[in-house]
Design a protein around this ligand. Structure first.
Ligand SMILES: Cc1cc2nc3c(=O)[nH]c(=O)nc-3n(C[C@H](O)[C@H](O)[C@H](O)COP(=O)(O)OP(=O)(O)OC[C@H]3O[C@@H](n4cnc5c(N)ncnc54)[C@H](O)[C@@H]3O)c2cc1C
Length: 402
């Protein structure tokens, strides 16, 4: 096998963002994936790049990632819409958080809207909101297209791809697979859900589990405006940037009273518009070996609440699926260097699409990672930030969990 400068294990968005940046640095890159094409977490999600809702502490990383998406979109032609996110405020606690957040971040990041403006943006004149906000810096990509298109573009540029090739061991510049061994100066492993099998000690040390999320794609009715993303009150309670506002406790209390079923489902009720329809989700459940079944009650709950907000009376469901991502209760990012030639990276919360290019930049350019084996980046300190566990402390908050 020919030797390359860099081997990347995993063709999800994290591996491909790393391959894109490394290729731009002029490095010879090989990507190895056990699948025939990207089919992991990176195609199962909302395609929502929520830079704004991330915690203050990682805004620099989030904006690096935003610039990376823009650069990749310009170079490869990937669809990446800079239309932001709309957040209707249906209650006083939701309005309060948005007002606090807008005052904290400024109007470049959060612009308050009149009730009728947010209703028009969502396409439902009967919305009944009392106000709202627009987060203009957020982006949307098509999750079904972004990773596959990036992989195709990289292959056209000369990046080597070995599909259908399962990596069994990575150490000291060597990658063992079921189809032979590969060698490179540096290996970056981004195996997503494959972390537990490939690096069990790292997975165990970080209490890694699988998060399952109920999702659906519905047809977008013609009367709805195209090109929007929508957060709801549950999103404001979940993302660290909003949840750090003083009104977060009151919002949680209100949601518990008003929407106990959504709270029980650990919901982040949100919608993104992609060319094939409206993506609606999601709930969260955590297990080491989750069962594959979609809970119809939860699916219908999410569908009902989202379509009510959008004024859709008879939604036409095109697809349902149970998405999966790697989760840890201890940290939102695993970034370790088990030996001087190997980096292991796994996003262990629901923000990998948002932060992929920022994390890839750190993987390739952060000299702090060279300073010792198993060095976890201090930017990604421990966090227990989930809706269910309540507001994390300032020290804990580093990345929003979706
Ligand atoms: C329903 C849902 C909604 C989400 N919504 C959002 C959102 O709106 N915004 C956001 O920012 N994030 C969101 N996320 C999270 C985001 O999708 C993930 O954080 C991100 O896709 C992780 O990317 P990845 O490259 O690490 O993993 P993956 O995309 O899973 O890629 C890992 C790759 O590694 C390969 N692999 C694994 N083991 C091996 C092995 N041993 N040998 C060879 N190959 C291997 C796999 O085949 C796979 O292709 C969501 C996730 C889900 C499931």
């Amino acid at each position: 096998m020919s030797k390359t400068d860099l081997i990347i294990v995993g063709s999800g968005i994290l591996g491909l963002a790393t391959a894109f940046l490394a290729h731009r640095q002029g490095r010879r890159v090989r990507v190895i994936d056990r699948s025939a094409r990207p089919v992991g977490s990176s195609i199962q999600n909302f395609g929502h790049a929520c830079f704004t809702g991330q915690a203050d502490e990682i805004q620099t990383l989030a904006m690096t990632s935003r610039a990376g998406w823009q650069e990749a979109a310009a170079a490869t032609g990937i669809w990446a819409a800079e239309t932001g996110t709309y957040v209707p405020a249906m209650t006083e606690p939701e309005l309060r958080i948005l007002q606090e957040f807008a005052a904290h971040r400024g109007s470049d990041q959060a612009r308050m809207l009149e009730a009728k403006e947010v209703a028009a943006a969502i396409g439902n004149p009967d919305l009944g909101a009392i106000g709202g906000a627009h987060l203009p810096l957020d982006m949307r990509v098509n999750p079904r297209e972004a990773a596959p298109a990036l992989a195709r573009w990289l292959a056209d540029q000369g990046v080597a791809f070995n599909w259908n090739t399962t990596v069994t061991e990575v150490a000291g510049g060597a990658v063992s697979t079921n189809r032979g061994d590969f060698h490179a100066d540096q290996i970056v492993a981004c195996p997503g859900l494959g972390l537990t099998a490939l690096f069990p000690a790292i997975a165990d040390a970080n209490q890694v589990q699988i998060c399952t999320l109920v999702m659906s794609l519905i047809e977008r009715p013609q009367h709805l405006p195209s090109g929007f993303a929508m957060f709801t009150g549950t999103s404001l309670a979940r993302y660290d940037g909003f949840a750090a506002m003083p009104g977060a406790a009151a919002l949680r209390e209100d949601l518990t009273q008003r929407e106990p079923e959504l709270v029980d489902a650990i919901a982040n009720l949100m919608v993104t518009d992609i060319p094939s329809g409206l993506l609606i989700g999601d709930s969260h459940a955590y297990d080491l070996s989750p069962e594959p079944f979609i809970d119809e009650g939860i699916a219908n709950l999410l569908l009902d609440r989202a379509t009510t907000l959008m004024g859709i009376e008879e939604p036409l469901v095109l697809q349902r699926w149970l998405g999966q991502y790697t989760n840890s209760t201890d940290t939102n990012l695993i970034l370790e260097r088990p030996d001087s030639q190997t980096t292991v990276a796994a996003v262990t919360s629901g923000v990998g699409m948002t932060l992929s290019f920022g994390i890839a930049d750190r993987i390739l350019n952060d000299s702090a990672l060279d300073s010792g084996a198993a060095a976890e980046s201090d930017l990604f300190a421990e966090t227990g930030a989930t809706f269910a566990t309540g507001a994390p402390t300032a020290d804990e908050v580093v990345m929003s969990d979706q």
